[in-house]
Design a protein around this ligand. Structure first.
Ligand SMILES: [Fe+2]
Length: 181
């Protein structure tokens, strides 16, 4: 039976993310930026669901070494959250965030991904937007028209998709965004 002892409020999600990801340097910097962006939007009065804010903090916990299972962080994070009894809305957002369904296909992990329910598409798009905006703002300097990352630096968020400049301004659908971690 999943644990019922965890309080899944946003502050708790922040604490869990810090505990799991803090030691991973750039990853924690990114997670903190995405989480804070969600917090800020809510503080400014945007009607942003709490599940999205919590998922913003938790979306990359699957990178934590101790959570490694399939090696695909959306699934590994979602599995851990589900095992801990997290609300399924948060679990689903973490599982499918930022185009995970497309990369799951490439990794032959669709069956492992689709055990999780599909999240609300608008909430998923909002989470993906927050994730991608931080990726855009923190990437290393490079030829902004290039479709590849400098070999010596690599992407800040393990982006495997095409040039981020090609992203449409709206709507921020996962399919339009392509493949991202
Ligand atoms: Fe991320």
């Amino acid at each position: 039976m999943p644990s019922r002892t965890i309080n899944w409020s946003t502050p708790r999600a922040r604490d869990i993310a810090r505990e799991l990801v803090r030691s991973s340097g750039d990853r924690w910097t990114h997670v903190r930026s995405v989480g804070r962006a969600a917090d800020d939007l809510a503080a400014q009065g945007l009607d942003i669901p709490e599940d999205v804010i919590s998922a913003a903090w938790l979306h990359d916990i699957g990178y934590a070494t101790r959570l490694a299972d399939t090696g695909f962080h959306p699934i590994d994070g979602a599995r851990w959250l589900a095992a801990k009894g997290a609300p399924m809305g948060i679990v689903a957002l973490v599982a499918y965030h930022s185009g995970a369904r497309f990369e799951a296909e490439e990794r032959d992990l669709t069956d492992e991904l689709t055990v999780f329910p599909q999240p609300d598409e608008e909430m998923l798009d909002l989470l993906t937007m927050l994730d991608m905006l931080d990726t855009l703002s923190t990437r290393p300097s490079r030829d902004r028209t290039s479709t590849s990352w400098p070999a010596q630096s690599g992407p800040p968020h393990a982006c495997t998709g095409p040039a981020l400049e090609l992203l449409p301004p709206s709507p921020w659908t996962a399919r339009d965004l392509g493949r991202y971690d």
